[in-house]
Design a protein around this ligand. Structure first.
Ligand code: WTA
Length: 652
């Protein structure tokens, strides 16, 4: 047992064993963990997807590059659409599409989705797009987005989806890095009742994207947007006269290792990394995890992943995993609070959603608004809940289960990354005894560990760095065009292992507790304390909706803890509340973790995917000029926090 790299102090004692009736019908039983790694992925590879030509070798592993299902020929769109329609499932709903404007909705069947994809694929071919042509996609959350992705996959054109909330500059960086030739976009998108001018942003971006030669513009709002007659055409023009019969556009037989897509993740400083995902291993990985972890029964479940397709969660668990498994999903265009804060619960009730997958930031927003919005609706159809994106504070976990899951549903807290492509650490809902705040166990076939600075495994209870010790099918095949950066970021810190950049600890039962990004760890009087534990202790107090903490330099203790706290129901902070919360943290964790300052603020700075940006809070706490704020969802928030922080004297 080596030294601990992070001290862990917060103890969570609540336990939730799987309900007997859930366990009895679950897709995953306990014996799944006993299947040897190679046998498991071989079996899933042979059974979960349909091949044009079978693979001959399961895995070739030359660190840091893996090749899975070597020699196979396969097509992602065929697996997501054609084979279901061929099997007679053409009338099954693929997406219950719910637009943001109230009352605007459509059920889209597998048969209809296939027709739309074939028309788009034929249209793209007519524009000269073929196997290997890079395509950029910059669209809002509507059915056109999966259609665009699947049309590219059908003809073997690798694509990159740029989240519709990104700016022109972010779009240009990505299009240029991938050297995209085509851009699929739309006139405008709706977001919280407002208009997002996608085409206008695209035009601005394209001024510096010389490789893009054609722009296809979907008409969502039908606004009159400027069109360049040489370069631009509408989606309707692209598909006009194109046949929708699948035989008119056969699926390109792709090699298992052909590029499917790039998805850019922003590092904290340097330029975004184009994370590469290839075809077969990715598809098998996302379909397998989706089947077992979400316990999907495609005939009866209504599954809803409430992420945006612009993030990896949407790629893997709105588009490719669920469609490959023949699921019926909800696809929602808008925000949870439009026109009111019960919009999600209205959707759950109306479509009788059985499985809901969302992020801690959304759960905390609902906590902040209060349970009365959920109480207005019948949520009894829900049988399973999921969480992804950040460590979930135990109090938020329990709130989610009680107020959304009727104190009955299992919750799968799923840990993974853009780079991992698929969920890697997670409960199996019919097997695992759940602990609020713990992502529990590596998925079958996945080997994870927690190590100290020297790469030695830390024993039970100790905190350290999360690593993966064995390849998995959906793992990234690298950073596009930057082998050196790929090796340096993920593979050189601990030789032979993938370094995820997250802190974690493993408890006596072998359950994993994620402690957040290692750059966020604080050092107080020689104790390395993870931000998530102090945040969870704060959120444990009934008055607190959300909290973010960071360290600032302190001449005595090395670092002192600064907490930024949002109270429930829009309450303002007070000196009494400040003392109460400091004492609360001392009681939950220990006096060492007591925040030296607490700044009360109505909002926390977050990235557009909802992760708290502690880096900016550190700048505020240290009274430094703010670092890069381009990925911030709402830049005004930090300025307000800085003002409030300046007005608040330190406590000690
Ligand atoms: C964090 C999102 C704790 C983690 C799929 C990871 C989590 C980063 C969890 C990847 C979880 C994701 N518990 N932390 N269940 N899920 N994370 O690339 O820090 O947007 O490294 O992928 O989110 O974020 P990304």
């Amino acid at each position: 047992m080596g030294d601990r790299a992070i001290d862990t102090l917060l103890l969570e004692e609540r336990r939730y064993p799987p309900p007997a009736d859930f366990a009895a019908q679950a897709n995953a039983k306990a014996d799944l963990y006993d299947v040897p790694f190679e046998e498991f992925w071989e079996r899933e590879g042979r059974s979960r997807v349909t091949w044009f030509e079978p693979f001959h070798t399961l895995l070739e592993w030359e660190l840091p590059y893996a090749r899975w299902y070597v020699g196979g020929k396969i097509n992602v769109a065929y697996n997501c659409l054609d084979r279901h329609v061929e099997a007679g499932l053409g009338d099954r709903v693929a997406y219950h599409y719910e637009a943001e404007p109230v009352g605007e909705r459509a059920d889209i069947t597998y048969g209809q989705l296939l027709s739309e994809v074939v028309k788009a694929a034929n249209g793209l071919k007519a524009l000269g797009v073929g196997k290997g042509t890079p395509v950029g996609i910059y669209m809002g959350m509507g059915p056109g987005l999966p259609v665009a992705m699947l049309a590219c996959a059908r003809i073997g054109a690798p694509f990159t989806v740029v989240f519709g909330g990104f700016s022109a500059e972010a779009l240009a960086d990505r299009l240029n890095d991938m050297r995209c030739e085509i851009l699929l976009t739309q006139d405008e998108a709706y977001r919280r009742g407002q208009i997002v001018p996608l085409k206008r942003n695209a035009d601005e971006a394209l001024a510096s994207c010389p490789t893009v030669r054609k722009v296809v513009v979907g008409q969502r709002t039908r606004a009159d947007v400027p069109m360049d007659p040489e370069r631009d055409l509408t989606w309707g023009q692209m598909i006009a006269g194109q046949p929708s019969d699948p035989a008119s556009c056969p699926c390109e037989p792709m090699d298992s290792e052909d590029l499917l897509y790039l998805l850019y993740t922003s590092g904290t400083t340097a330029k975004p990394k184009g994370i590469a995902h290839t075809t077969a291993g990715y598809l098998v990985g996302v379909a397998t995890t989706h089947h077992y972890i979400f316990d999907l029964k495609p005939e009866t479940d209504v599954y809803w992943c409430a992420a945006d397709i612009g993030w990896v969660t949407g790629h893997s668990y709105i588009v490719f995993g669920p469609l490959c498994n023949g699921a019926t999903s909800v696809l929602y265009e808008g925000t949870p609070d439009f026109p009111d804060k019960d919009r999600w619960w209205d959707i759950v009730e109306r479509y009788k959603v059985t499985i809901l997958y969302t992020a801690p930031t959304a759960i905390r927003a609902h906590m902040k608004w209060g349970p009365e919005y959920a109480q207005r609706h019948d949520l009894s159809s829900l049988r399973l809940l999921g969480s992804v994106g950040e460590p979930i504070n135990p109090e938020a976990w329990v709130w989610y289960r009680e107020h959304i899951g009727s104190d009955r549903t299992p919750i799968v807290d799923t840990w993974w990354q853009t780079e991992t492509g698929m969920i890697l650490i997670t409960p199996l809902p019919g097997v695992t005894t759940l602990k609020p705040g713990s992502a529990t166990k590596p998925f079958p076939g996945v080997e994870a560990a927690v190590v100290n600075d020297r790469g030695e495994e830390v024993g039970p209870g100790g905190g350290g760095y999360l690593v993966l010790k064995r390849p998995w099918p959906a793992m990234t095949r690298g950073i596009f065009g930057d082998d050196a950066r790929f090796r340096a970021t993920y593979w050189e810190r601990f030789p032979g292992m993938y370094f995820a950049g997250d802190g974690a600890r493993i408890d006596e039962d072998g359950d994993f507790w994620l402690l957040g990004r290692v750059d966020d760890v604080m050092n107080v009087s020689g104790h390395r304390i993870s931000t998530i534990e102090v945040e969870s202790a704060l959120v444990d107090h009934p008055a607190v909706a959300e909290a973010a903490v960071c360290g600032r330099a302190d001449p005595v203790t090395g670092q002192a803890i600064v907490a930024f706290v949002t109270l429930k129901g829009g309450e303002e902070g007070s000196v009494e509340m400040l003392e109460t919360l400091r004492e609360h943290v001392a009681r939950k964790i220990g006096p060492i973790a007591k925040p030296a300052n607490i700044v009360f603020t109505p909002e926390l700075p977050k990235t557009r995917s909802g992760k708290i940006m502690r880096r900016l809070l550190r700048d505020v706490a240290e009274e430094r000029p703010l670092g890069d704020t381009t990925t911030l969802a709402d830049p005004a928030v930090v300025a307000e926090i800085a003002e409030r922080a300046a007005a608040q004297p330190a406590e000690e």
